[in-house]
Design a protein around this ligand. Sequence first.
Ligand code: ATP
Ligand code: PRP
Length: 210
Amino acid sequence: MITIAVSKGRIYEEALPLLAKMGIEPIDNPETSRKLILPTTREDVQLIIIRATDVPTFVEYGAADFGIAGKDVLLEHGSENLYEPIDLNIACCKLMTAAHKDAPPISGRVRVATKYVTIAQQYFASLGIQAEIIKLYGSMELAPLVGLADCIVDLVDTGNTLRANQLEPRELIMHISSRLVVNKAAMKMKNAAVAALLTQFEQTLIENHS
Ligand code: ATP
Ligand code: PRP
């Protein structure tokens, strides 16, 4: 049995068509089912749909053989204990700094609100900017509006969330997409099954592009 851990929400929705092309479709509807392990139309593959930030943990410990997670989450978690063989090119967005549209350019000492504490620390350190990082778990856009922070580090796609809150994107930190990650032990112990599924992922992505 191969277990694939998928981030719930956006990534799951974008991964579904890809998995379906590989013959992997959940039998129960995860929207309505209370099951945490979803059997699929492929007898040898099951899905677990979990919070984005938990995906690297499940794969690292071998609770799942494969995982589908955003590069943002992988970087923040640290992915040195995982293989990251394939960029799935789904859930694409940008990790950026953003500030109030009337705020001066970021310089000197700044207060930064973000859920990406490690990435933000490294980013500001690389610029030689002294940053006080305030960890939040959501609604980062609120922080500059209420005086909690000078700027935020968050994901930006359409820019609608920033605009709706009188914020503007400032610096691009990196482009983000979802990656396939693989447990290192599974790569050895279940080599045939893992390699076959990897090839299938690659082929499906090539077909999608042609
Ligand atoms: P949780 O609430 O479980 O902590 P979350 O709210 O961060 O998760 P999502 O917003 O669905 O969950 O984000 C999951 C992943 O989807 C992110 O890690 C990122 O890789 C990607 N993502 C997030 N926002 C966007 C966006 N606006 N456009 C494209 N991809 C996005
Ligand atoms: C994400 C992200 C931004 C928003 C950016 O939040 O945290 O708030 O998308 O997208 P946009 O540039 O297209 O507006 P999401 O919608 O996933 O909600 P969340 O706060 O629950 O993570």
